[in-house]
Design a protein around this ligand. Structure first.
Ligand code: AVJ
Length: 328
C-alpha cells in the first residue's frame, strides 16, 4: 500500500546530522533576535510531548476543532461532493481524520508528510478503520507544490489542514503555502482548514504555558535536540520557557529566555546570550473572520462556509479554489 520513496527527503552528512536542521539553527542563532523555526520541535520526543499538550485542560484548540468535526457531519456531506481524494497536509491525527472521512464518502486518502515514519504510522492506523478506502501516502515537503500519484491525480480534491498549523507561519509564508496547496490540488478543489481565534489573553497564554509544565518541556526539548543532534552545549537549566501574547501581530510567541549571561557552542560554533535575551521558537497566530478571509483570498481560496465550536474559540473554514480574476 505505501509507495516506497526512492530516496529519503532528509539530507544528512557522514555523521548523520540533518543538514537543514543545522543550517536553520546556525542561521537562527546568528540572527538578532535569535530564532529557530518551529518545525524542528517535532522529533520523536517533541511529537510525544505535543500529543500530551493536546490532552491538557488549558490547550483548547484540539478539543474545540474536534467538536466542530463531530457536529457538522451533515453539512460536510452537503457541501463536499462524494468521490473526492482527501489530501491531508501533515501526518493525519488519529481522531480528526476519521471524523471527516467517515462523513463525506471520499474516493481515496492521501496523507502528505516530510517524515516517512510518521506517514506510515498514520496511514497504517487509518487503513485499519477504513479497510476499503485506497490510501496513497506521499513523502513530501508540503510547503512546495507536490505532484500527486496517478490514481488520484485526475480526481477532484479536498485539502485538509486542521490544527491551525497555518498559524505557525508569518503572513508571507502562509500565503505561499496556500498558493502552493492550490497548485497541488487543482482548479476545482476545496480546502477545509482549521484556524484558531483571537480571544481572552489569559486563556490564550494559559494554553501555551500550562502549570503542569508540558509546554515548557516541549519548548526546552528543542534545546535538548540541538545539544544531542548538533553537538550543542546549551545549558537547559538556564533557559526558561516563555509564552506571551503579541497584540501587534496577533500571535502567541514562545521563547527560550536565558536566566543569566551564557556562552555555548553548536556544531563547533560559539554563541553568547545576555541574561533576559531569548531564542524565539514559535509563533502561533490567532485570527478573526476578516483576517482569515483576507489570508485565504490572498492565497487563492474563496471561503464558502465557516463553523465555530460552541464556545467560539476555534474555527473550521471550507473554501474553494478561486477562479482567476482579471477585474475587481
Ligand atoms: C501544532 C502548531 C497547532 O501552535 O497551537 C502547541 C503547536 N505549540 N503548544 C499550536 C503548539 C505549543 C500548535 N500547532
Amino acid at each position: 500500500m505505501s509507495a516506497e520513496p526512492s530516496l529519503a527527503l532528509v539530507e544528512r552528512d557522514a555523521d548523520g546530522v540533518d543538514l537543514a536542521f543545522r543550517a536553520d539553527v546556525l542561521a537562527g542563532l546568528t540572527q538578532d533576535p535569535k530564532a529557530v523555526p518551529a518545525r524542528w520541535f517535532y522529533d520523536e520526543e517533541g511529537s510525544r510531548l505535543f500529543e500530551e499538550i493536546t490532552r491538557l485542560p488549558e490547550y483548547y484548540p484540539t478539543r474545540a476543532e474536534t467538536e466542530i468535526l463531530r457536529g457538522r457531519c451533515e453539512e460536510f456531506r452537503r457541501l463536499i461532493p462524494a468521490g473526492r481524494a482527501v489530501v491531508e497536509f501533515g501526518s493525519g491525527s488519529s481522531v480528526k481524520t476519521p471524523l471527516l472521512l467517515g462523513c463525506i464518502e471520499p474516493a481515496s486518502y492521501v496523507p502528505l508528510d516530510i517524515s516517512g515514519d510518521f506517514l506510515r504510522a498514520s496511514a497504517d492506523e487509518l487503513a485499519g478503520n477504513f479497510p476499503h478506502l485506497p490510501i496513497h501516502p506521499v513523502e513530501a515537503d508540503f510547503m512546495k507544490p507536490v505532484s500527486l500519484p496517478t490514481p488520484v491525480a485526475d480526481l477532484p480534491k479536498l485539502g485538509f489542514f486542521p490544527g491551525s498549523t497555518i498559524g505557525n507561519m508569518v503572513a508571507p509564508t502562509a500565503v505561499d503555502l496556500l498558493r502552493s496547496m492550490r497548485e497541488t490540488l487543482g482548479a476545482d478543489s476545496q480546502l477545509l482548514i482549521g484556524m484558531d481565534l483571537i480571544k481572552d489573553v489569559a486563556v490564550m497564554e494559559a494554553a501555551y504555558d500550562d502549570p503542569q509544565g508540558v509546554t515548557s518541556a516541549f519548548n526546552l526539548n528543542l534545546a535538548r535536540r540541538i545539544n544531542r543532534e548538533l553537538g550543542g552545549t546549551l545549558p537547559l537549566d538556564k533557559l526558561r520557557h516563555v509564552a506571551r501574547w503579541n497584540d501587534t501581530w496577533a500571535r502567541i510567541e514562545m521563547h527560550l529566555e536565558s536566566t543569566e549571561n551564557l556562552a555555548f557552542e553548536v556544531s563547533g560554533r560559539r554563541f553568547a546570550m545576555r541574561r533576559g535575551e531569548t531564542i524565539h521558537t514559535e509563533n502561533s497566530h490567532k485570527f478573526d473572520r476578516r483576517s482569515q478571509y483576507t489570508l485565504l483570498l490572498a492565497g487563492g481560496w474563496t471561503p464558502i462556509e465557516r463553523w465555530l465550536d460552541s464556545e467560539e474559540r476555534f474555527s473550521l473554514i471550507l473554501a474553494q479554489a478561486s477562479a482567476p480574476r482579471h477585474a475587481p
